[in-house]
Design a protein around this ligand. Structure first.
Ligand SMILES: [Zn+2]
Length: 362
C-alpha cells in the first residue's frame, strides 16, 4: 500500500507525539555512541512506537566538520566517538544497525557541499564519488554476512541527473530497496525530475531529507500516491521553529510566534487536537517556561507536519485535486503554480527517457 510518512529527526522520549504517529530518524552518533545509549534508544523506541524507524548514517556531521575546517576521522579501529570527534564509518553504521534493527538503514555517505556553479559542483561531486560508491558497496558486503530484515537505502549525493546516472552506474541497483536524497536548494521542478528518474530506474521507495515545507511535501505526496510505494521525509525546520517559540499552523504550516514577548489576542482560537494542544490556547504556550514550551511545540509542530502530510496524500489522487486542496489552504499562488507546472511536467515525461532529454537540453 502506498504511503507518505514524516519522520522525526532528533526526537526524544519527551517530545515525540508517540504511538504510531509518524516515524523517527536516528543517527549512530546521537543515539548509539555507547552501549548505554543503545539500550536507552531501544527502550525509548519500543515505548514511543513510531510507525517506522530510519537509521541515517550521520554523514552530515562529516560535511559540517569539513565546512568548519575540522579534523575528519574515519577509522574502523577507533570508537564511534573518539576524543569528542565523531567517527561515522561504514563499519560503525552497520554495527549500530545490527544493534538497533531499524526498518530502514540509509547506507553511509559523505554529503556534497551546497555549491553554486557547474565547475565547482563537478569538482565536489567527483571528489566525494569514490568514497560514496565504496561506502555503498562496503555496507552491502558487511551486511551480507548475516540475515536481517532491514530495507537498505542508498544515499545519492550529487547535483544533476548526469551525476545520478554516474553514481548509480557504479553500484549494483538490486542491492538496494530505496534511495535517500536531500532536496536543499532545489526547485520543485528539479526535485520532481530527480524523483522521476529514480522511479524510472526501478526504485520503489524514497527518503527525502530536508523537507518541512508545504510545497515540497505536496510534491512528495503526489509521488507517494502515483510512483513510489513509500516516501518518507525528514526535516528539521519545524524543530528549529519550536526552538524559536514558533507554532506551526496545522492547516497550512504557516508559523505563529508564541514567545513571551508578543501580544496574543485571547480570543484567537486554537483548534489543534494534538497531545500538546488539546483543550488549550495560545496563551498556554506563551506562559510556559522556555524549556517546556520548546518541548510542547516540538510535539505540536511534528504533529502538524505529519497530519498535513496525510491530508496531502489523501488529496493527491490527481494534480487537480491536489491543487484544489492547496488553494483551500493557502494564498501562496506563485508556489501553487510552480507545483502544478512541476507535476504536469512529470506526467508528460514519465514515459520519456530523461537521459535523452538531458542530452537534448545541453
Ligand atoms: Zn497541537
Amino acid at each position: 500500500m502506498h504511503n507518505l510518512i514524516n519522520c522525526y529527526a532528533s526526537a526524544n522520549r519527551n517530545d515525540f507525539p508517540g504511538y504510531n504517529y509518524g516515524g523517527c530518524l536516528i543517527t549512530p552518533v546521537d543515539y548509539a555512541a555507547t552501549v548505554a545509549m543503545i539500550v536507552n534508544s531501544k527502550r525509548w523506541i519500543s515505548a514511543a512506537k513510531p510507525n517506522i524507524v530510519i537509521q541515517d548514517n550521520g554523514g552530515f556531521v562529516l560535511l559540517l566538520r569539513e565546512q568548519a575546517g575540522k579534523e575528519i576521522l574515519l577509522d574502523d579501529s577507533k570508537p564511534l566517538i573518539y576524543k569528542s570527534i565523531p567517527n561515522p564509518t561504514v563499519y560503525h553504521n552497520v554495527q549500530v544497525a545490527r544493534a538497533i534493527n531499524p526498518n530502514i538503514l540509509i547506507v553511509t555517505d559523505w554529503p556534497v557541499k551546497p555549491l553554486k556553479g557547474k565547475a565547482a559542483q563537478e569538482a565536489e561531486f567527483e571528489k566525494k564519488l569514490p568514497y560514496n560508491i565504496d561506502a555503498a558497496n562496503k555496507t552491502i558486503e558487511l551486511l551480507s554476512r548475516d540475515s536481517h530484515d532491514m530495507k537498505l537505502y542508498v544515499a545519492f549525493q550529487g547535483y544533476s541527473l548526469n551525476h545520478l546516472k554516474k553514481f548509480f552506474g557504479a553500484i549494483y541497483l538490486d542491492d538496494f530497496d530505496g534511495v535517500s536524497m536531500p532536496i536543499r536548494g532545489q526547485s520543485l521542478e528539479q526535485t520532481a525530475l530527480f524523483l522521476l528518474k529514480i522511479w524510472q530506474m526501478g526504485f520503489q521507495n524514497m527518503h527525502l531529507l530536508g523537507v518541512a515545507g508545504l510545497f515540497p511535501m505536496a510534491l512528495a505526496a503526489y509521488f507517494a500516491r502515483h510512483f513510489f510505494i513509500l516516501v518518507t521525509l525528514d526535516g528539521r525546520g519545524w524543530k528549529i521553529r519550536a526552538m524559536h517559540s514558533e507554532y506551526t499552523n496545522p492547516h497550512n504550516l504557516q508559523t505563529v510566534h508564541v514567545g513571551e514577548d508578543v501580544e496574543i489576542d485571547p480570543e484567537v482560537y486554537m483548534d489543534c487536537q494534538c497531545p500538546a494542544c488539546r483543550g488549550r490556547s495560545f496563551l498556554y504556550y506563551q506562559n510556559l517556561p522556555y524549556y517546556f514550551r520548546r518541548v510542547q511545540l516540538s510535539t505540536h509542530n511534528f504533529w502538524a507536519i505529519e497530519g498535513l502530510g496525510k491530508q496531502l496524500f489523501t488529496h493527491a489522487s490527481s494534480i487537480s485535486t491536489l491543487i484544489k486542496f492547496l488553494r483551500g489552504k493557502t494564498t501562496r499562488v506563485k508556489e501553487i503554480g510552480q507545483l502544478k507546472n512541476a507535476l504536469s511536467l512529470v506526467e508528460s515525461l514519465k514515459d520519456t527517457d530523461l537521459d535523452q532529454l538531458e542530452n537534448l537540453l545541453k
